[in-house]
Design a protein around this ligand. Structure first.
Ligand code: SF4
Ligand code: SF4
Length: 164
């Protein structure tokens, strides 16, 4: 079980062959140059895509914590008030507020990964687990078949067994 930030198919830069990248949410390193800072937290959370906002105010009117403040055309979340209930993403018709991170079981992740088994077979590829959560305690890690990802470097990879 883990919080998956993204599953990216057909990657050719993160290990041998054609690979599927499984980005896990939650990173204890929090580097200032991180290209995906929205992946650092350990739980699903709201990301705001302000360009998509149509100004309907549904998020602001329905936020139970009154955590959404208008700043000109922007509807910003005051992190000090937000309880992370995720309700604003449910209500945002324009997808301007979105939930980042989804809890997935190992079986669910693998069901997605094995869809590209033909590409792994012909290219010598596989799957790469990325981001930092494999450095976190076992409760938030995703383990591969027969191999735990616990206590391993922040990026590791393994090839799923492929029936030929
Ligand atoms: S609900 Fe979405 S579209 Fe409406 S004001 Fe809020 S962020 Fe903008
Ligand atoms: S996640 Fe919940 S508390 Fe936070 S801004 Fe959205 S609706 Fe308000």
């Amino acid at each position: 079980m883990g919080i998956v930030f993204n599953i990216q198919k057909c990657s050719i830069h993160d290990g041998p062959g054609i690979r599927t990248l499984v980005f896990l949410k939650g990173c204890p390193l929090k580097c200032t140059w991180c290209s995906n800072p929205e992946s650092q937290g350990t739980t699903p959370e709201i990301a705001s895509f302000h360009k998509r906002c149509i100004g309907c105010r549904a998020c602001q009117k329905n936020c139970p914590e009154r955590a959404i403040v208008q700043d000109g055309p922007l509807f910003r979340i005051d992190a000090s008030l937000c309880s992370n209930c995720l309700k604003c993403a449910e209500l945002c018709y324009a997808d301007s507020k979105q939930v980042v991170g989804k809890e997935m079981t190992t079986t669910e992740v693998m069901a997605e990964v094995v869809k590209d088994r033909t590409f792994y077979k012909h290219s010598g590829g596989g799957v790469t687990f990325s981001m930092g959560s494999i450095l976190l305690p076992a409760s938030s890690s995703v383990s591969g078949p027969g191999r735990s990802t616990r206590s391993r470097p922040s990026m590791m990879s393994w090839r799923p067994s492929i029936r030929r």
